[in-house]
Design a protein around this ligand. Structure first.
Ligand code: AMP
Ligand code: MG
Length: 401
């Protein structure tokens, strides 16, 4: 059986970045740039004040100096009030530095005299103090954002600052979701005594929404070859098809066979992961197929561990894998060795580290326990016991989890 790392390598090898498109920068959240972005301008674009205060000549900037206030430059006005020797100009944060001035003394270190016609400097001011120089943050012509870096709010702000209002990114993948199982009914229905409400489709749909990706829900297919085949054919029109249920070894687990029947090449079936061992991954042409186990925690864990990185690769992210952090276990965890265990846990930051409390769970259907967790603590496959106080790998839940 493949390890988690081996399985993820195969998934990422099978996922290909989608076609390039230009989108308005405000619609690029979560997408990755498909080429480097070069600054067409300096940032800041002009020398400007970092403080409310007085623009002065540094030669006059001695403690106790009394200067004549010859004008005022608020932000949003041109700074064309020259500062001569023995003079000061009242200036606001963000306003351009007037000609002649080479320092700004913050207003808190001054005293206004004669109703504001003169000002006394309480402390000396140094050359360049409180001046943000043109190009200090960024010089025109430098690469500011690299191909493959995802757009977050910070990148959006930078693009806005530089006036880059269209960006080249990869097309967003279209994901089709299909639930399977004769026992599954939609949440609005009152289940009969032998039926279970569908939760998987909605958990996965929510993760996708969090990633800013649309999904197409194909409903529930019965455990029959005909029902599965019809829905699979529809799903294969998307960039990714995710099915839940029917990939285990039960007599009615027909998904693998139905996928093969529709021309899907199986890349692997089963991974040494807990929860989520029955995972099946396949591909037909450019459509990736995830056959996720039916148990709610298994389906979400597999989707987050394998399908989300695949989606990021399709989106062109240079680094599509999840970022882990380290934590310290507050209670011990024990397992039967053999599979890498994504143990439900609750992490809080205390005394300079994540303190990790394992969340007791009844198993891979226990969504009640999952609601008490905020991360997975990753227990290596070969480890039977991690005692309290051990360092542990953590996958904090956030986007994509
Ligand atoms: P399966 O993978 O089809 O063997 O299903 C494993 C378990 O997950 C069974 O108890 C199913 O009833 C349950 N299950 C399957 N699909 C769903 C679903 N969409 N929502 C909630 N539970 C499900
Ligand atoms: Mg089933």
């Amino acid at each position: 059986m493949l390890t988690v790392d081996e399985a993820l390598d195969r998934v990422l090898a099978a996922a290909e970045p989608l076609a390039v498109e230009e989108v308005p920068f405000r619609e690029a959240l979560g997408r990755a740039l498909c080429r480097d972005i070069v600054a067409g301008e300096d940032l800041p674009p002009f020398d400007r004040s970092a403080m409310d205060g007085y623009a002065v000549r540094v030669a006059d900037g001695t403690a106790g100096a009394v200067l004549e206030v010859v004008g005022e430059v608020p932000a949003g006005r041109p700074g064309n009030v020259p500062v001569g020797s023995g003079q000061a100009v009242r200036i606001m944060t963000g306003a351009p530095i007037p000609p002649g001035a080479d320092a700004v003394q913050m207003v808190e270190l001054t005293e206004a005299l004669d109703g504001g016609r003169r000002v006394r400097l309480v402390r000396p001011v140094a050359e360049g103090e409180n001046i943000r120089r043109r190009g200090e943050d960024l010089r025109q012509g430098t690469v500011v954002l690299c191909a493959g870096s995802p757009i977050r709010s910070t990148e959006t702000a930078l693009l806005a600052s530089l006036g880059i209002v269209h960006v080249p990114v990869r097309r967003a993948p279209r994901v089709a979701l299909l639930s399977t199982g004769d026992e599954i009914v939609e949440p609005e229905r009152s289940p009969l005594s032998h039926q279970i409400r569908n939760s998987n489709a909605y958990a996965i749909e929510t993760i996708l929404r969090d990633l800013g990706l649309p999904s197409e829900y194909l409903g529930i297919a019965a455990d029959s070859r005909e029902a599965l085949a019809g829905s699979i054919r529809r799903g294969l029109r998307s960039d990714m098809l995710c099915l839940t249920g029917g990939v285990s070894v039960g007599g009615y687990d027909l998904v693998a066979e139905a996928l093969r029947g529709e021309g899907v090449e199986i890349i692997f079936h089963r991974v040494a992961v807990k929860p989520g061992k029955p995972l099946l991954v396949g591909r037909r042409e450019r459509t990736l197929v995830f056959g996720l186990p039916g148990n709610p925690l298994s389906s979400v864990c597999d989707f987050a561990l394998f399908a989300v990185p695949a989606l990021r690769k399709m989106l062109g992210w240079a680094d599509p894998r999840h970022q882990e952090v380290a934590g310290i276990l507050e209670g011990e965890v024990r397992q039967k060795p053999g599979r890498e265990w994504y143990c439900l846990a609750r992490a809080v930051w205390r005394d300079g580290a994540y303190r990790v409390e394992p969340v007791p769970s009844m198993g891979s259907a226990d969504i009640v326990a999952a609601c008490k967790a905020n991360c997975f603590a990753v227990v290596p496959a070969e480890t039977a016991l991690l005692p309290a106080g051990s360092s542990v790998r953590l996958l904090l839940w956030g986007k994509g989890f």
